[in-house]
Design a protein around this ligand. Sequence first.
Ligand code: NAD
Ligand code: UD1
Length: 344
Amino acid sequence: MKMRILVTGGTGFIGSHTVVELLCAGHEAEVLDNLSNSSEEALRRAALLAGRDADGIPFHRADIRDRAVLEQIFSHQRFDAVIHFAGLKAVGESTEKPWEYYDNNITGTLTLLDVMRRHGCKNIIFSSSATVYGDPAEVPITENCPKGSCTNPYGWTKSMLEQILTDMQKADPEWNVVLLRYFNPIGAHPSGRIGENPNGIPNNLMPYITQVAIGKRPELGVFGNDYDTPDGTGVRDYIHVVDLAKGHVSALEALRNGCGLAVYNLGTGRGYSVLEVVHAFEKASGIKVPYAIKPRRSGDIACCYSDPSKAERELGWKAQYGLEEMCRDSWNWQRNNPEGYGEL
Ligand code: NAD
Ligand code: UD1
């Protein structure tokens, strides 16, 4: 059954891919974003990929902290659910600007939730992160693993917002809340039309690799090769962004079925080391990626990968793409859009 969804942060990396999958699955989407870390061009391209006109997806350039605008949006349109991506996500920056992160992510979400409930929209999918597990006691990580201590304000915003949403759902069972804990999203739409558009020097592994491959940066720094992992470099559960986007479409079913509070890992269940990713990328692109071993990055853990079987059991969702396709599509996006969507 068709649902009408408000997508906050819908011009961003994961949001733009999710909008495509929502429309392709027959849902309707409206997007709200303040464009603090994205470009409206992503939405135009997403619309075209979904067979619409370039301006075929309603867009509100607005901040989730702006109660008046949210009131207006919810007064004019009834939404079956909100998929809430909007937030700041740079780990390093969050340690320098904690107030800005707590204000943007927490005040913003509290404002959004209040306006939603005032308008009787009590269905939400929230973008959480594997970071809430902290340094896991064991891998693979199931949803029952206790949440851990975060090493930065960004991580704490995710952990705290999970708690806020959990408490609100408990107090008012009319709410349906799906917390999706993403592992490491990479890749891009296979068309090469939308992808990740990092601002400045990339913090994350894959955008750094693609920028080295295209000649923007001389070499990759590998942060530590003395971890307790097979080759000494950090192991993560990389997941193709299109698989992740489809996970949100599956999660809508849970909302519709009145799931109450539900928590799912979205990962592949398979961990790869930094050097394995470098080599898979070289194979997929045919380009050598020079790298140098650097000291460990503070706050990093050795190994993190999911047990994604709960999402398969309950949502019927399972990642389809492997590392080869993730590398191929990241490279395809970078090669076709060396400047991303242009300056932000
Ligand atoms: P992104 O930065 O590409 O997208 C986030 C979007 O939110 C951006 O378009 C930005 O302009 C918008 N935004 C930020 N603050 C806003 C505000 N106050 N009002 C309105 N819009 C605002 O990031 P992404 O990688 O697509 O991540 C989406 C969500 O998933 C984020 O909440 C992020 O924390 C979470 N997440 C991402 C990853 C990852 O590796 N990319 C991993 C785990 C969780
Ligand atoms: C990081 C964040 C996490 C966030 C996620 C997605 C930290 C501690 N964690 O996860 O909170 O949810 O991004 O935005 O920052 N690496 C290199 N060289 C690089 C970049 C990364 O060797 O230039 C290594 C890292 O040490 C790690 C792996 O590659 O072992 C993946 O790193 P990254 O892509 O930044 O993701 P996470 O650290 O897992």
